[in-house]
Each structure stands twice: as structure tokens, then as C-alpha cells.
Design a binder for this molecule. Structure first.
Ligand SMILES: [Zn+2]
Ligand SMILES: [Zn+2]
Length: 216
């Protein structure tokens, strides 16, 4: 299979030929259908996220959609042929934080595309727990960013801030996450103000529903 590898910081990714991974008992093998490019990937290329988080050579990509092509012996909840998005946080399910439902803070956390190799490859094996199937009618390119650029502001706005109709929400920075934060806050009925240095980002925020944009 072909895999895009970052061998040195600030250099182009290289195409390497590799063996297709073999699944362990609790894993599924995905044929990658789409993988988002996050601003964080560009930081990794620049060397801003060094070991022990990212170790070279590295395979980027934490916004992955794939089709299941093989499952391990102990996997019953995921079937070959299903298409789904990858939840990139691989956790222990056993520490106090995991057991409290805060597995994003797991003390043994490894993230696909960071501590683990990511989705800039033709085939990727992941724990079955980290696969979330969706309807094949949905566009894989759009679904790829669901778990990161949409899921992150969704939890912040609906889960933590619990935004209600008529409330005022300030979005600082309308980048990849912020532009979705604008739309989610509007769907919650909020009055949304966006602050961004970039006039193009402010224009885009207006198009996607911001009530007011400000140049700081
Ligand atoms: Zn990201
Ligand atoms: Zn844990």
C-alpha cells in the first residue's frame, strides 16, 4: 500500500510502499476513503509538536473516514463493508478518568495521527471501539472532519457552555473549528460575534451566519 510519510520536519511528505497492516483481535482494518488536513497537521510538519507526542518518521492524519475491509476475531459490533468516521483518541478504558467518562484526559492516551500513525495512507488499522459507522449516502469528505473540527466546538457549545436561544456568544478566531462554532452557536439560537484578524475569515463567518464580526 502507499503511505505518505513525514521523514524530516519542513520537508514534503514522501510516498512509501508498505505492507498492509494485519488486524489484532479487537481491531478493524479500514480502507481510507478521505482524510482531512487540519491546521495541526501543518504544525506537526513544522516540528511544533515534538516527541513524545509526534516521533519521526510519522504518518499524519487524524480526520479519517474509511471502509471496513477486515475485522479481528473478537469484533462483533463492526462488519466489513461499513463506512465510518474514526474517533482518534485511543484510550485505556480503565483509568479513573476513562471510568469517569473523561477519556479525552486518559493518562494512557494515544491519538491517531499524533502518538500513533494516522490516515494519510491507503489502509489503517484501529481499535473497533474507535470506528463509528454512518450512512453510505453521506459525503466522505464532509464526514471526515466530523470528529475534530465539528465535534470539538459542538461539545464546547452544547455540552460545556450549554448555549441557549438569545444568549450572546463570542467566537475568537474563525478558522477550521471557529467557522463550525459559528454555525453550531447559530443553530442553538445565539447571537454570534466573531473576532478575527483575517478579513477573509470575517467575511466567511458572515456568510455562515455570524451576526457581527470585529477586527481586533
Ligand atoms: Zn485537528
Ligand atoms: Zn484511561
Amino acid at each position: 500500500m502507499k503511505t505518505m510519510v513525514l521523514s524530516q520536519y519542513n520537508t514534503p511528505l514522501e510516498i512509501h510502499d508498505r505492507e498492509i497492516p494485519r488486524v489484532d483481535s479487537g481491531e478493524v482494518l479500514l480502507k481510507v476513503k478521505a482524510c482531512g488536513i487540519c491546521q495541526t497537521d501543518l504544525k506537526i510538519i513544522r516540528g511544533v509538536i515534538p516527541p513524545p507526542i509526534v516521533t519521526l518518521p510519522h504518518v499524519l492524519g487524524h480526520e479519517v473516514v474509511g471502509e471496513v475491509v477486515a475485522v479481528g476475531d473478537l469484533v462483533s459490533e463492526v462488519q466489513p463493508g461499513e463506512v465510518g468516521v474514526v474517533y482518534s483518541y485511543v484510550t485505556c478504558h480503565d483509568c479513573n478518568l476513562c471510568l469517569a467518562g473523561r477519556e479525552n484526559l486518559c493518562i494512557h492516551l494515544e491519538r491517531i495521527g499524533f502518538e500513533r500513525e494516522g490516515g494519510f495512507t491507503e489502509y489503517l488499522k484501529i481499535p473497533a471501539y474507535n470506528f463509528c459507522a454512518f450512512s453510505k449516502d453521506l459525503a466522505v469528505e464532509k464526514m471526515a472532519i466530523l470528529a475534530d473540527a465539528i465535534g470539538t466546538p459542538y461539545r464546547a457549545i452544547t455540552g460545556l457552555a450549554k448555549v441557549r436561544p438569545g444568549q450572546n456568544v463570542l467566537i475568537v478566531g474563525a478558522g477550521g473549528l471557529g467557522i463550525h462554532a459559528v454555525q453550531i452557536a447559530k443553530l442553538c439560537g445565539a447571537n454570534v460575534t466573531v473576532v478575527d484578524l483575517d478579513p477573509n475569515a470575517r467575511d466567511l463567518a458572515k456568510i455562515y451566519g455570524a451576526d457581527e464580526t470585529l477586527d481586533p
